[in-house]
Design a protein around this ligand. Structure first.
Ligand SMILES: [Fe+2]
Length: 258
């Protein structure tokens, strides 16, 4: 198989997700499955752009693209069987993604090293950090996948927070709209750590988690994309806890993410 032939894998992806789209007919279900389909395709594009900006080889660009396209492949199973995008200790969508890859054998035509890289990136993309035990190459493709994922999530949530239309609980992680920001969440942010999902209690906590991703952006492409689109300001403007908002703004000004 051509090392840079994405078409065959786009078809594999489309066929797999089409089965999930047909499983239920209610509009919430279809909306959320479509959201993940579109997200996967956007993450694919970002991953390829990161790889090209980093001047990688054709084969590496191909691997990065597949990491992006398949990174959330576990989401479809998760949403169909559990009706949520919320991960728990026993149900993490990166692990489900690896199980789906193994079961469906999507990558049967690829060499084993490439399959391992994709699998590892799929597993690591949603963790708070990349496992230390990963090889440098595994870490590298995991970083591309994580950056590409964040680029598109920033875009999705920025649009969503600005909208006045109906709420989508799945995009709010099922969190309370109480305006408070939890102590541990603020503490992590002010100490330059990515906020842990286990600390989330309110929607404003979730917004601060998204802002805290700037501590874990690895490539100039992603940084430029986030700055160019003003995502941080857009998200910040929707945070309703005014007292803490000033602390967050001061901290961001001091760290100069530009
Ligand atoms: Fe994702």
């Amino acid at each position: 198989m051509e090392s840079n032939n994405f078409t065959a894998f786009q078809k594999i992806f489309d066929d797999y997700v089409a089965k999930y789209l047909q499983k239920r007919n209610d509009s919430d279900y279809k909306q959320n499955i479509n959201l993940k389909i579109n997200h996967s395709k956007e993450v694919f594009k970002h991953a390829v752009k990161i790889a090209k900006t980093e001047n990688l080889t054709e084969k590496q660009i191909f691997t990065a693209g597949l990491c992006g396209l398949f990174h959330d492949i576990g989401r479809f199973y998760q949403y169909y069987y559990f009706n949520t995008f919320k991960d728990t200790e026993n149900l993490y969508h990166g692990q489900i993604g690896c199980d789906v890859i193994d079961k469906e054998n999507f990558f049967a035509d690829l060499d084993n090293d490439t399959i391992i890289l994709i699998r590892k990136a799929v597993y690591a993309h949603g963790l708070i950090s990349i496992p230390e035990k990963y090889s440098e190459e595994e870490k590298f493709f995991s970083k591309i996948t994580r950056d590409a994922d964040k680029c598109d999530i920033f875009s999705i949530v920025s649009k969503y927070y600005k909208e006045t239309g109906p709420r989508n609980i799945s995009l709010e992680y099922g969190l309370s709209t109480n305006p408070a920001i939890s102590e541990n969440v603020l503490k992590s942010f002010l100490n330059n750590f990515v906020v842990s999902k286990t600390d989330l209690k309110t929607l404003n906590d979730f917004k601060l988690l998204q802002i805290s991703w700037i501590y874990d952006i690895n490539f100039s492409y992603s940084k430029d994309y986030i700055n160019k689109n003003n995502f941080l300001t857009i998200i910040l403007n929707t945070i309703t806890d005014n007292e803490n908002k000033n602390k967050i703004i001061n901290h961001l000004n001091n760290m100069c993410f530009q």
